[in-house]
Each structure stands twice: as C-alpha cells, then as structure tokens.
Design a protein around this ligand. Structure first.
Ligand SMILES: [Zn+2]
Length: 98
C-alpha cells in the first residue's frame, strides 16, 4: 500500500501499489475519501529521466570544473619547471666559476 495525504483536506489514505503504479504511469486522476481530485503530474519514467538528466548535467559541470582545475595545475607545473631549469642553470654556472 502507498500512503497519500490529500492536498486539499489533509486526510491520509492508502492505495495498493499496483494501482498507484498505474496512476503514476497514466497520470490518471483519483480521489481522496472525501472526494477531492488528486493526480500525479509526472510518470515514474519521467521523474527517473529528469533525475538522470540532472545528474548527467551535474557530472558534465563537475568534469568541466576538473578540466579547468587540471589546466591551471598544468600551467603552474610548467612555470615551476621553467623556474627549476633556470635555477639549475644558475647553480651549474656558480659551480663552474668556483
Ligand atoms: Zn481531500
């Protein structure tokens, strides 16, 4: 059984799982025990698809952030490598001139 609370009067009621599933898939109207109309606005598949799309968008955004971060690290690494080579060259020069 799936529990529901009427959006109009707040009465709680339950319907069998299979019926709930059909109502979700068909987006058919149903009624609370007092008679207020209820309905699912999205099917289970639509909800799953939307969640999946949101998750995919978030993963794409995270991937982009990581690529930007990786690029900035590579730039910093290259700068450090150049600085290291210059320092190494200066050190070699100092050793030769001693
Ligand atoms: Zn109601």
């Amino acid at each position: 059984m799936i529990s529901h609370i009427c959006v109009n009067c707040g009465v709680s009621f339950a319907i069998p799982n299979e019926l709930d599933q059909k109502l979700r898939e068909n987006r058919s109207s149903f009624y609370c025990p007092i008679g207020h109309p209820q309905s699912y606005t999205k099917s289970t598949l639509q909800i799953a698809r939307e969640n999946w799309t949101q998750e995919l968008d978030k993963l794409k955004e995270d991937k982009l952030k990581l690529e930007v971060y990786r690029d900035s690290i590579n730039v910093e690494y290259d700068a450090l490598q150049k600085r290291n080579k210059k320092l190494e060259a200066r050190l070699q020069k100092l050793i030769k001139n001693k």
